[in-house]
Design a binder for this molecule. Structure first.
Ligand code: FPP
Length: 265
């Protein structure tokens, strides 16, 4: 009934698990998405609301990435895809782009050990050749170091656009047809899926979450999201933490997915 002094201090030393029990319960019942994809929106507005610079907003957003990656891994989600930098984001001021790329490099440096320990495999999806060389080197090192991870795939969309991906996949397939390696009639959904940057992922997204109140896909996983459930939260990305993700997962578990068919009675 009474804690001894040593028990009390041991309990105090343990940080509380930030993941709500309801999320573990969904995992236990097999009701989680296999593939969770997230549009991390609202860093800038969050910063403005707190009287901070946009770069502070992105830095706070990177903290959210850390927490939610841990949560997804602990729950046993197979793939977590994050829209970190779109092709269209290249039109932002150079200083903001530089800040985002610096954050990415820092994130990869700090999290590499944890990714390895937790059996996470990092992959990058997008027009990676467009990233500056030092970023590509750090990224490739993280990809190589985690290549044997089997616990979860963390897919970072970088210089990514869904339309751009469809264009590059179409060109790849067209070249193979022109070279006589592929019959035009052999181009089916599976062939297109394989030719996309996401082609190596084990499954398409089951749930796409977008934060910060906007309700659109903004060129994210256009082909892959055909049957994804969509969840829009008014909460800005830096404030979208474990409880908010748990709410999204609960909502997902209550959706009825019919994939164009009819509900089972
Ligand atoms: C959109 O919010 C967010 C981005 C363009 C960048 C997302 C980047 C991070 C969350 C941090 C770095 C990522 C990693 C993986 C370490 P916005 O800035 O467009 O928000 P706004 O619409 O309120 O301006």
């Amino acid at each position: 009934m009474f804690m001894t002094h040593s028990t009390a201090s041991a309990a105090e030393a343990l940080p509380a698990d930030p993941i709500p029990p309801a999320a573990y319960e969904l995992a236990r019942q097999g009701l989680l998405p296999r593939h969770l994809a997230m549009i991390m929106d609202g860093n800038g507005r969050w910063a403005q609301a707190h009287g901070l610079s946009r770069s502070h907003g992105h830095r706070a957003g990177a903290e959210t990435v850390r927490g939610l990656t841990r949560m997804a891994r602990k729950l046993g989600i197979e793939v977590l895809t994050l829209y970190a930098f779109s092709e269209q984001n290249w039109s932002r001021p150079a200083s903001e782009i530089q800040g985002l790329l610096t954050l990415l490099v820092e994130f990869l440096g700090h999290e590499l050990d944890e990714m390895r320990k937790n059996d996470i495999r990092l992959v990058a999806l997008g027009n990676i050749a467009r990233l500056p060389l030092p970023v590509r080197i750090t990224l490739q090192h993280a990809i190589d170091t985690t290549a044997r991870g089997r616990g979860m795939i963390l897919a970072l969309c970088l210089s990514y656009g869904g339309r751009e991906d469809l264009v590059q996949a179409t060109r790849t397939l067209a070249k193979r047809v022109a070279a006589g390696e592929l019959a035009a009639s052999a181009i089916d959904e599976a062939a297109i899926s394989r030719a996309l940057w996401t082609g190596s992922l084990p499954c398409p997204p089951d749930l796409v979450v977008r934060t910060s109140g906007e309700q659109r896909l903004s060129n994210f996983l256009l082909w892959e999201s055909a049957y994804a459930e969509l969840y829009f939260s008014p909460v800005a990305w830096p404030d979208f933490n474990e409880p908010q993700l748990c709410d999204a997962l609960v909502a997902f578990s209550q959706r009825q997915r019919r994939f164009g068919g009819v509900a089972a009675l």
